[in-house]
Design a protein around this ligand. Structure first.
Ligand code: PEP
Length: 249
């Protein structure tokens, strides 16, 4: 049985007070009854305070991004060592907003993946196609290219301590999720691609679905055999909704 995870990507939302309140509310749901691991990824500036609040809880902490470089003259960046230092367990790499708005290419994403693992952070590697790419029948080619860029620089064994997230760009923040069948098809494709390198590692890899996951659609998405949880944006900003999504797993 594969491990399962629901991770909340809070993006650039909230304030110090709102962030603390949301964590407080989440902690009330954290009864240990959730069948899956849960993680939240607040903005960088709130990570340290969040770590204190989440201490000894079942909710792990993640970062929304990471610098590919180890340290030094990289103004504005945050290194893997720093994220580890403040208590992160996960780091999202290659989110479509980073790829689209900050011109992060496959090569940089692969370097970020390695930077995370160099400090025992678990990378959550996001892949996904745009609407135009889906309509042009390029979904598999796009996610394969994004995945292969990472596989080119790591040993398959590195995937044991990693999480993959399929996030179709057209489903992120739009309220229009991929259907369970669409998600399953891409997840199975990704798992198959990894299986061509190492079947054992592919079988154990957690592949999350992200893109307008809500309490109302989580159960049917998570029921798919290759969907091992969710990467949740908007719905992770409401504690009760996020808790329901975790319970759906
Ligand atoms: C995301 O930001 O990764 C995401 C999936 O957002 P949303 O759930 O809001 O679509």
């Amino acid at each position: 049985m594969r491990k399962r995870l629901v991770a909340g990507n809070w993006k650039m939302h909230g304030s110090r007070a709102e962030n603390a309140r949301l964590l407080d509310e989440l902690l009330q749901f954290d009864s240990g009854a959730w069948p899956a691991a849960a993680a939240v990824c607040p903005p960088f500036v709130y990570l340290q305070e969040s770590a204190r609040q989440l201490k000894d809880s079942g909710i792990a902490l993640g970062a929304q991004d990471i610098c590919a470089d180890a340290g030094g003259a990289f103004t504005g960046e945050v290194s893997a060592a720093m994220l580890k230092d403040v208590g992160c367990r996960y780091a999202i790499v290659g989110h479509s907003e980073r790829r689209a708005l900050y011109a992060e290419d496959d090569r940089l994403v692969a370097r970020k993946f390695m930077a995370a693992q160099s400090h025992q952070l678990v990378p959550i590697l996001c892949v996904g196609e745009s609407l135009a790419e889906r309509e042009a029948g390029q979904t598999e080619a796009v996610v394969a290219r994004q995945l292969d860029a990472v596989l080119a620089v790591i040993e398959p064994e590195a995937l044991v301590e990693a999480v993959l997230a399929y996030e179709p760009v057209w489903a992120i923040g739009t309220g229009k999720n991929a259907s369970p069948e669409q998600a399953q098809a891409v997840h199975a494709f990704l798992r198959g691609r990894i299986a061509s390198h190492d079947a054992r590692i592919a079988a154990g890899l957690q592949i999350l679905y992200g893109g307008s996951v809500k309490a109302s659609n989580a159960a049917e998405l998570f029921a798919m055999p290759d969907v091992d949880g969710g990467l949740v944006g908007g719905a992770s900003l409401k504690a009760d909704e996020f808790a329901q999504i975790c319970s759906a797993l």
